[in-house]
Design a protein around this ligand. Structure first.
Ligand code: 4AD
Ligand code: MG
Length: 477
C-alpha cells in the first residue's frame, strides 16, 4: 500500500484500490464522513467510514483535531464538493483529541483568540493558507535572486554596530545584570563581557552586505532582524525578517528598477502557484468587507490588487513633489491629518504615506530624494547638499514596504556625516575601509518580509503573518 499526501490524492486522475494517508480530522459528520487535512493543501479529503462494521468505541475517537492513519480505496466521489474520496477499509487513531477541550472548534474564531493559540492556529484554513503562502514567497525570493546572479549571504545576527543609527537595539550580554563590572567612570565595563565589547541583535544586515557587494558584486541577505522600538502597531514587530539586496556599481534609479522588478516577480509567482490559498483568502476578505460600511470597502479584490501591482508601473515621486501634493491636499487643508504638513523637511507619517498611495496615486509609489536629516547616515548626499538618494516604496494598505538608498561612497563626505551624528569612526573602521580601497557607487534596499506577506494575504495585522510574533510585552511560544 502506498502513502500519499492529501494534495497528491486530490490530484489523482484514476481510482486507486489501495491508498494510505495520515492527517488530522477537521470534521466528522453523520458518523460517516471524515474531512481529513494534512497541511499539504487547503482542501480536505473526504474519507467515508463504514460505520456499521466499525467498533463504536473506535468511532467515538474520530474527533476534531485527532490524528488518523487511514487505509482504503480512492474512488470517484458520489457527493458534491469533491472529485474523489476514500472508502475507508481500516484506520488507526494515532493521537486522540478531546473534543471538549480542543481550542480549534469547527466554527469562526477571532484572530485575537487564535493568536493566543498560535501553536494550533495553523489547523485552521486561514492560517494554513497564510503560512503556505509565506513559504512560497520565501522560495520565490531566493529563486529571483538566484536567477539574477545574486549570491546569498548570511549576515551576522549578533553585531557591534547600529546600522540604522536609531539606537533601538536589543543588548546581547552575559554580564550579571545585578552586579555588572564597572569602569573608572562608573559605567558598565563591556570589555569584561562575552565578546569583549558591547553587542546587540542586528537591526539590519546592510552594512555587512555592503562589504560583500564590494567584492562579489551582487548579494542579498534574508534573515531575522530585531528592533527594540516600543511601537505597538499593526505593522511593527520586534523580530521580523528582512530581504536586503546590495549591488555594486548600481545607482538609485537602478535600485528602483531592481525593487520593482523583484516585487512584481514574487507577486506573479504567488499568483501562478498558490491559487487555492489565494482564492480562499480572497473570499475571506470579501466576507469581511461585507461587514464594513460601503465607503470603507476596498474597490478591488485581493487577487485584483496583486494583479494591479504586477501589471502597472510604480509611480516615482520625489519627496519635494510629495510634500507639495500633501500640503495642497484636502485632508491637510481641512486639518484632518494628525500631523499637518506645513513645511519642507518634515518626516512623513503613515497617514501621509497612505494618502499618497491610496487616495492620490492609487498605486505603489516610490518616494525618493528625502531630506538628509530624516534619513540614516549612510545615504548618498545629493548635489543640493540637503537631500539624500533615499527611496521608500509605499504600498496601498501597508504603507512603507521597502526602504533603501544609494550609499555614500565618498570617504570624506561619509566621515563628515558620521561626525555630525556622533557615530564613532573606530567602531565602523571596516565600513570606512570600503571607501578607501576601490570605492564605487553602490545601492541596495530592505524589504520587510512580513509587510509583503500582509499584502499578499490581505491580513491587516502583522502578528497574523509570522508564526510566533514578538511584540512589546509578548514573546509567548
Ligand atoms: O527602512 P528600514 O529601517 O531600512 C533598513 O533597515 C535599511 N538598512 C535597509 C537597506 O537599505 N538594506 O527597514 C526596511 C524595511 C521597511 O521598509 C519595512 O518594510 C520593514 O523593513 N520594517 C519592519 N517590518 C516589521 N516590523 C518593524 N518594526 C519594521 N521596521 C522596518
Ligand atoms: Mg524605513
Amino acid at each position: 500500500m502506498q502513502s500519499y499526501s492529501v494534495s497528491e490524492l486530490l490530484n489523482q486522475e484514476n481510482q486507486l484500490p489501495e491508498v494510505e494517508v495520515k492527517g488530522w480530522v477537521r470534521t466528522f459528520r453523520a458518523n460517516r464522513f471524515i474531512a481529513l487535512n494534512d497541511g499539504s493543501t487547503l482542501k480536505n479529503i473526504q474519507c467515508v467510514v463504514d460505520f456499521e462494521n466499525t467498533d463504536e468505541n473506535l468511532l467515538k475517537r474520530i474527533t476534531t483535531g485527532a490524528a488518523l492513519h487511514i487505509k482504503g480505496e480512492l474512488v470517484k466521489s458520489q457527493g458534491k464538493g469533491q472529485n474523489v474520496e476514500i472508502l475507508v477499509s481500516s484506520f488507526e487513531v494515532l493521537g486522540d483529541s478531546d473534543p471538549e477541550k480542543f481550542p480549534i472548534q469547527p466554527k469562526k474564531h477571532s484572530f485575537e483568540f487564535l493568536r493566543e493559540n498560535a501553536h494550533l492556529r495553523t489547523r485552521t484554513n486561514t492560517f494554513s493558507a497564510i503560512m503556505r503562502l509565506r513559504s512560497t514567497l520565501s522560495y520565490a525570493i531566493h529563486k529571483y535572486f538566484n536567477e539574477n546572479g545574486f549570491y546569498y549571504m548570511h549576515t551576522p545576527i549578533i553585531t557591534g554596530s547600529d546600522a540604522e543609527g536609531a539606537g533601538e537595539m536589543f543588548k546581547v550580554t552575559k554580564l550579571d545584570a545585578k552586579n555588572p563590572p564597572l569602569n573608572g567612570g562608573g559605567k558598565i565595563d563591556y570589555s569584561k563581557d562575552f565578546f569583549g565589547k558591547e553587542t546587540n541583535l542586528t537591526v539590519s544586515g546592510q552594512l555587512e552586505a555592503e562589504t560583500y557587494a564590494m567584492s562579489l558584486g551582487k548579494v542579498y541577505t534574508f534573515g531575522p532582524t530585531f528592533r527594540a522600538e516600543n511601537s505597538n502597531t499593526s505593522r511593527h514587530l520586534s523580530e521580523f525578517w528582512m530581504i536586503e539586496p546590495e549591488v555594486a556599481f548600481m545607482d538609485l534609479p537602478g535600485n528602483m528598477d531592481l525593487a520593482e522588478d523583484f516585487l512584481k516577480y514574487v507577486l506573479n509567482y504567488i499568483l501562478e502557484h498558490n491559487k487555492d490559498d489565494l482564492d480562499f483568502l480572497e473570499q475571506r476578505l470579501i466576507n469581511e468587507e461585507k461587514t464594513k460600511p460601503q465607503a470603507e470597502r476596498s474597490e478591488m479584490t485581493l487577487i485584483e490588487k496583486l494583479r494591479f501591482v504586477v501589471d502597472n508601473n510604480f509611480k516615482r515621486v520625489s519627496y519635494t513633489e510629495a510634500i507639495e501634493i500633501l500640503r495642497n491636499s484636502k485632508p491637510n487643508k481641512k486639518r484632518k491629518f494628525k500631523f499637518p504638513i506645513n513645511e519642507w523637511g518634515c518626516d512623513l507619517q503613515s497617514e501621509h504615506e497612505r494618502f499618497l498611495v491610496e487616495k492620490h496615486f492609487k498605486c505603489p509609489v516610490i518616494l525618493f530624494d528625502y531630506p538628509a536629516n530624516i534619513k540614516a547616515f549612510y545615504m548618498r548626499l545629493n548635489e543640493d547638499g540637503k537631500t539624500v538618494r533615499a527611496m521608500d516604496i509605499l504600498f496601498p494598505g501597508i504603507g512603507e514596504m521597502v526602504g533603501g538608498s544609494q550609499r555614500e561612497e565618498r570617504l570624506e563626505v561619509l566621515k563628515e556625516k558620521m561626525a555630525a551624528l556622533d557615530i564613532c569612526e573606530e567602531e565602523l573602521w571596516w565600513y570606512l575601509d570600503l571607501r578607501k580601497y576601490g570605492t564605487a557607487v553602490h545601492s541596495g534596499f530592505g524589504l520587510g518580509f512580513e509587510r509583503l506577506v500582509m499584502f499578499v494575504t490581505g491580513m491587516s495585522n502583522i502578528r497574523d503573518v509570522i508564526p510566533y510574533p514578538r511584540t512589546p510585552q509578548n514573546a509567548e511560544f
